[in-house]
Each structure stands twice: as C-alpha cells, then as structure tokens.
Design a protein around this ligand. Structure first.
Ligand code: IMP
Length: 181
C-alpha cells in the first residue's frame, strides 16, 4: 500500500460476532491441550492486545494463564513490509522450561512471527506454539509455523480489532478492509 495515500474504511470483512465465535473455538482447543497447567501468553504489541485479551478470557478456568508482551518494529507507520524485524521491547518473564503461546494479530509474510519464534525458542521453553487471528497465505515467505489460526483471509489490507493503519482504527470491534480515498 502507498505510504502517503489517504485511506478510508470500505467494508467489513469479519464481524465482531464471527470473531467472537472463532475465538471461543480457539480457546476451547487451547484449554483442552493445556488445562491444569501454566501457560504464558506472549502478545506482540500493539496489534495483538485486543485479540489476546478476548482469547485469555475465553479459556477454561483450569488453564493457569499468564500474560506478557513483546514489541517489534518492522513496518513503522507504513503498511509495506521492509522485511527487517527488530525487538524493541522484550518480555519480563523467564520462559525456560515453560509452556508458551506467542500471540500475533496477523501473519502476512510471516517474517515477524518467524523471527520471534526463533528468538523465543533459543530461550529453552518446554513448548512454544504460535497463535494468530488472521493469516494472509498469499504473501507467505516462511514455512508453516502456525499452530492456532483464527481466519485465513485474502491479500487485502485490514484494520480494526487491534489492527491499524498508521496507528488508526485499532479500536473498531469489527475487522474492515480499507480503500484509497
Ligand atoms: P509479516 O512480518 O509480514 O508477517 O507482518 C506482520 C505484521 O505486519 C503484523 O503484525 C501487522 O503489524 C502488519 N500487517 C500485515 N498486514 C496487515 C494488515 O492487513 N493490516 C494491519 N497490519 C498488517
């Protein structure tokens, strides 16, 4: 997408109802696999905040869920991938020997998730799984690294439910496609 363009909301791709239903299913799978044990949810700021907060609240009470966050810089304020990923905020929790789920809003090329997965794997967790709300398979540049996926979507730029364009629209409860004004 052109960085200098002016974009507006076009139409809803995923409604809040569809998102909520899918999150309940993901939470049920995760609860089934990790019930009774400690599980560290590691969200990638800022996009995953809303997804992760709904996901952890949908888990079964038997999951001992912990929350932590990391931040990376890759796209800056634009929406075109530079391919370069850098961690700009690390998590506080020591994950050695722990069960971890890395939570991201969207996987586009997969470079961000792949970099984070490698970085966290090097710290020796017992298990490390990945969970993304949206996957755009058309632009994928990495091998399959997803364990939990909410929706597969076409290669369109989307905002809302935590996802932004230049910092805007994260607060929308539905997921929208944007278009050039
Ligand atoms: P990847 O490294 O190419 O997989 O990019 C992942 C990151 O790009 C996400 O965490 C988002 O910040 C951003 N991104 C990719 N596609 C979209 C989109 O359609 N809307 C909003 N952000 C996006």
């Amino acid at each position: 997408m052109d960085e200098t363009g002016d974009y507006e909301l076009d139409h809803i791709m995923l409604t809040r109802g569809a998102i909520s239903e899918r999150i309940s299913e993901l939470a049920a799978s995760i609860s089934g696999e990790y019930g009774g044990g400690e599980l560290i949810f590691t969200g990638v700021l800022k996009g995953a905040v809303i997804f992760m907060s709904d996901l952890v609240r949908s888990l079964d009470r038997s999951v001992d869920a912990r929350m932590d966050f990391i931040a990376v810089s890759s796209y800056g304020n634009a929406s075109a991938s530079s391919g370069a990923v850098k961690m700009i905020k690390d998590m506080d929790t020591c994950i050695e020997g722990k069960n971890v789920i890395l939570v991201e809003d969207i996987m586009d090329t997969g470079l961000t998730l792949s970099y984070l997965k490698d970085t966290l794997t090097a710290r020796g967790p017992e298990t490390l799984r990945t969970c993304v709300l949206l996957e755009k398979p058309d632009r994928k540049k990495v091998d399959s690294i997803l364990d939990y996926r909410g929706f597969t979507i076409p290669d369109e730029f989307v905002v809302g439910y935590g996802l932004d364009y230049a910092g805007k629209w994260r607060n929308l409860p539905d997921i929208w496609c944007v278009t050039k004004r």
